[in-house]
Write a protein that binds this ligand. Structure first.
Ligand code: HEM
Length: 400
């Protein structure tokens, strides 16, 4: 849906760029986005697509605005009309100071001792998947690995039946890459209907699972209300479903394209934790939306109160002013993970970052140990999709 251009938007900033479907995204998500940022070009543009909104394209601007929780609000959630009003995620859509006590409770649920305790299960699932795939000599990585491991782990974490995986996978993809088959209300209701019995059970008699741990933490000295519990569980359900699938897929794609990198990691598995960080930096797939709560002057334009701005993490991570030779994967960069924007910046930085990193490390270890040197399948091209979380939708791999 194209919109009229507001008077405060200079004509030379106007583009027609659909964030859900940038030209060429099917072949290469990153190239499709990078075509929007010309060296020496504007650091912010206004797209007429999807109702009209700003997009920050210069790395430092993406980063600064992302961390600016005073002048920019997270309430809007997405450029998808109505999605934010319907989802009301906790803590993702809350602004400081309301955000802080809820976030603290959620963070306690993700404390590192729980992540460490989960690692053997992640490894067991990864090893089993690899063991089944190895003799086949080929796989469609997205469906046969990437979509299974993180979902399996998330379902284990919240202690719900593993058979629910396909149902929840479909819901996750609808949130981040909507195909128009469900309204946002239907999507919320489907998530709530799924979660309702578990929430009721965990509020009445908390167990050891993630939701129980979080709901047992008081928020600002009082218990969670049912409405808040639903909004938080909804947030975790959607936050944990699609993002790791995308990250693991991008890492597998990189390894298949660069056999020397596979060989280096096989020769020295001690490099894997740094490689995981670097692959997360090099292949950022999440973009967020913010709404302006006051007018902001930046990059020679005024963003008006009420405008929406879209912040793609790839424009920060792949900006040559932010990172040396950013397109190159260098396992010896040893960047502090908070330096890049894959997991966000500021008050909302991902609460699942430790879990995601552990899953990435275990994936790399088990994949490289169990699958011989692998490559892309020239007969079946890679396919990608855009959206608030970009991803490989098809990643055919072969090995001898
Ligand atoms: C590689 C995987 C992941 C990536 C790339 C990722 C990325 C992000 C980003 C960019 C944000 C900031 C959003 C914003 O500023 O508006 C975020 C926040 C969040 N993520 Fe993740 N995430 C990942 C994995 C996970 C997992 C596994 C979970 C939970 C199981 C999770 C739960 C959340 C939650 C609850 C927030 C909101 C935090 C807050 O608002 O304070 N994420 N994530």
């Amino acid at each position: 849906m194209d919109a009229a251009i507001p008077a405060h938007v200079p004509a030379d900033r106007v583009v027609d760029f659909d964030i859900f479907n940038p030209p060429g995204v099917e072949e290469d998500y990153f190239a499709a986005w990078q075509a929007l940022a010309r060296p020496g070009g504007p650091g912010i543009v206004w797209t007429i697509a999807n109702g009209g909104h700003w997009i920050a394209t210069a790395g430092p601007i993406v980063r600064d605005l992302w961390a600016d929780n005073r002048r920019l609000s997270s309430a809007v959630l997405a450029v998808t009309p109505g999605l934010g009003d319907v989802m009301r995620f906790i803590p993702l859509q809350q602004d400081p100071p309301v955000h802080q006590p809820f976030r603290m409770a959620v963070m306690k649920g993700f404390a590192s001792r729980h992540i460490v305790a989960l690692e053997p299960q992640v490894r067991a699932v990864a090893r089993e998947l690899v063991r089944d795939l190895a003799p086949l000599g080929q796989c469609e990585f997205t469906e046969q690995f990437a979509e299974i491991l993180p979902l399996h782990i998330f379902l284990t974490l919240i202690d719900v039946p593993l058979e629910d995986r396909p149902r929840l996978r479909a819901l996750g993809a609808q949130l981040t890459r909507p195909d128009g088959s469900m309204t946002v209300e239907q999507l919320r209701d489907a998530a709530d209907a799924y979660l309702a019995p578990y929430i009721a059970e965990r509020m009445a008699a908390p167990g050891e699972d993630l939701f129980s741990r979080i709901l047992s933490e008081p928020v600002a000295g009082r218990p969670w209300t049912l409405d808040e519990a639903q909004r938080m569980c909804r947030n975790l359900l959607f936050g944990g479903l699609d993002t790791v699938v995308a990250a693991v897929g991008m890492a597998a794609l990189h390894l298949a394209r660069y056999p020397d990198d596979q060989a280096a990691l096989r020769a020295d598995p001690a490099l894997i934790p740094d490689a995981a960080d670097e692959l997360l930096r090099r292949y950022p797939t999440v973009s967020v939306s913010r709404n302006l709560v006051e007018d902001v002057d930046v990059d020679g334009v005024t963003l008006n109160r009420g405008d929406i701005i879209y912040l793609p993490s790839l424009f920060h991570n792949l900006d040559a002013t932010a990172f040396d030779a950013p397109d190159e994967v260098r396992f010896d960069r040893r960047l502090n993970a908070t330096r890049h924007s894959t997991m966000g910046a500021g008050a909302h930085r991902c609460v699942g970052a430790g879990l995601a990193r552990m899953e990435m490390i275990v994936f790399l270890e088990e994949w490289l140990a169990g699958i011989p040197s692998n490559r892309l399948d020239p007969a079946h091209p890679v396919r990608m999709k855009g959206g608030n979380v970009g991803a490989c939708t098809r990643l055919p791999l072969r090995w001898d």
